[in-house]
Design a protein around this ligand. Structure first.
Ligand SMILES: Cc1cc2nc3c(=O)[nH]c(=O)nc-3n(C[C@H](O)[C@H](O)[C@H](O)COP(=O)(O)OP(=O)(O)OC[C@H]3O[C@@H](n4cnc5c(N)ncnc54)[C@H](O)[C@@H]3O)c2cc1C
Length: 476
């Protein structure tokens, strides 16, 4: 049997890619080396454009429910930081500067969702199951060889044949290494911990985020996050002991706080590296397999899930014979990843615990308080400023469409993202015309006419410098 797509890794990116493919009518097989989901505490939130990608695949309600429940838990900490009113749409932070004001953003409704990674993974696994995706746990991808027709994948359960293989196998990606793709960038300079522990006197630690003379400490319900700026971890692979985590908490906080019992602790650092290409023939990379960076600003999922959305419909087209579309994947997503890597480097520079950095933070804070500056940081962190270069002069083309309610010509209303849930493209325009299979038409004279790709990217508008025919032929 030849599988259409084999995905290595059932992390959030691998699972979401399988959902994208299913929406496009293509079956994939997901191989995951772990027999059970990874219990490590990772992301605390999902960025705006990733949340929108999930909404376009029917996960709006699940995201909202989880977001509301998590915010209720975090409300005391958020109030202490942002103000007295309950926070419905946190804007996120840049280098622990919590100044991004959603009300100053072009579209205040485009905001992060406080959905922890474990909840997200459960949500994605359930959706993938509903769509009939097969996830084989306890199977490791060990090697592969590709030829003109497909890829033979060596796994711990024997060989498989697929037309395409996608490495969604995380920062240490074996698929990336075996494909001979280099990961280039900057070395680690800091040591951070994420700790879940019972403390003897939790009140000794600050509430929220604090730069101290020794580094950075952030406390939130259920976790403590630290960073020290005097070098990379000596051994990143060694398990973190309670004594090591306690010493870090004491150094950074300048207190004698003690760990009574340690539930879990992970080390993190700020290496920022990116795959030189996301495609080698029939082998592709997405998520952390394609880029690694520090968790500052919480952007990993925003990058990885949107990689999957960008790749999904192109892979589906490739399975149907349009292999050329795959070249646009690296061209569109690599520059987005490079910008995120750079902003995480800038955040490290802005967090160092010295007087010069404090002076720089004052200046950056002043710029963030200007409406233009606030939008600059808001769009960078949320990903809403993403614009792919599709060679069109209209600034809307290449951006990711905002959801909106459309008044339909025949009466009634529809939500743009709901129309995209079916998986194809969407032409929003008043005029009837013949469309290729897989493109629906929303007849409306409500707002600008536009062609939206399955990943939410606007591929054409009535102000485009290219024709609708060309855009349809290029993407569908
Ligand atoms: C402390 C910390 C805090 C973070 N906070 C945030 C945040 O707030 N917001 C945010 O957006 N991001 C955050 N991140 C980043 C986020 O967790 C990652 O970007 C995300 O997990 C990437 O997903 P992925 O699916 O690409 O990779 P992974 O989650 O690493 O999944 C890869 C999967 O592949 C499997 N695998 C590996 N090798 C093989 C193989 N050979 N065969 C089969 N399966 C294999 C692994 O077991 C794993 O399940 C944080 C990360 C850390 C460490």
């Amino acid at each position: 049997m030849v599988h259409e797509i084999v995905i290595a890794g059932a992390g959030p990116v691998g699972l979401f890619l399988s959902i994208e493919l299913a929406a496009a009518g293509v079956r994939s097989l997901v191989l995951e080396r772990l027999t059970e989901p990874d219990p490590t505490l990772k992301a605390a939130a999902i960025g705006a454009v990733a949340a929108e990608a999930l909404e376009r695949r029917g996960l709006r309600r699940a995201l909202e429910d989880e977001h509301r429940a998590t915010l209720a838990l975090f409300q005391p900490a958020l109030k202490a930081r942002v103000g007295a009113a309950p926070v419905k749409a946190p804007g996120g932070h840049f280098a622990a500067l919590f100044l991004i004001d959603q009300s100053l953003q072009r579209d205040p409704g485009r905001h992060l969702r406080a959905v922890p990674q474990q909840a997200l993974e459960q949500m994605l696994a359930a959706r993938a199951r509903e769509l009939g995706v097969e996830v084989r746990r306890g199977v490791t991808v060990e090697g592969f060889e590709q030829d003109g027709d497909g890829v033979t994948v060596q796994t711990s359960a024997g060989p498989l044949r697929a037309r395409y293989l996608v490495g969604c196998d995380g920062g240490h990606s074996r698929v990336r290494r075996l494909a001979g793709v280099e990961l280039v960038g900057t070395d680690p300079t800091i040591t951070g911990y994420q700790v879940v522990a019972e403390l003897d006197a939790p009140d000794k630690l600050p509430r929220g985020w604090l730069r101290t003379p020794r580094g950075l400490i952030a406390t939130a319900p259920g976790r403590i996050f630290t960073a020290e700026f005097d070098g990379a971890p000596a051994d990143r692979a060694a398990p973190v002991t309670a004594a090591e985590a306690e010493a870090a908490l004491q150094r950074v906080s300048g207190t004698d706080v003690r760990i009574v019992s340690l539930t879990s602790a992970t080390r993190w650092t700020d290496h920022a590296r990116q795959a030189t290409t996301y495609r080698v023939g029939r082998v592709l990379l997405a998520g952390d397999a394609a880029h690694v960076h520090s968790p500052l600003g919480g952007q990993g999922l925003n990058l990885g899930l949107v990689d999957a959305a960008n790749l999904g419909f192109k892979l589906a087209a490739a399975v149907r014979g349009r292999d050329d579309l795959l070249d646009s994947y690296t061209a569109e997503r690599h520059p987005v990843g490079a910008r995120v890597l750079d902003n995480t480097r800038a955040q490290v520079a802005l967090l160092r615990p010295d007087a010069h950095t404090s002076a720089l933070r004052t200046i950056v804070s002043d710029l963030m308080r200007l409406p233009e500056g606030n939008r600059y940081f808001g769009e960078m962190l949320s990903g809403t400023g993403t614009r792919y270069d599709l060679g069109d002069a209209d600034p809307l083309v290449g951006t990711l469409a905002v959801d909106r309610r459309l008044a339909l010509a025949g009466g009634g209303e529809a939500q743009l993202y709901t129309l995209l849930e079916r998986g194809g493209g969407l032409l929003v325009s008043p005029a009837a015309r013949t469309l290729p299979a897989g493109v629906q038409h929303a007849h409306t004279d409500d707002g600008p006419s536009m062609l939206v790709r399955p990943d939410g990217c606007i591929a054409w508008t009535d102000a485009s410098s290219t024709s609708l025919d060309d855009a349809l032929a290029r993407w569908f």
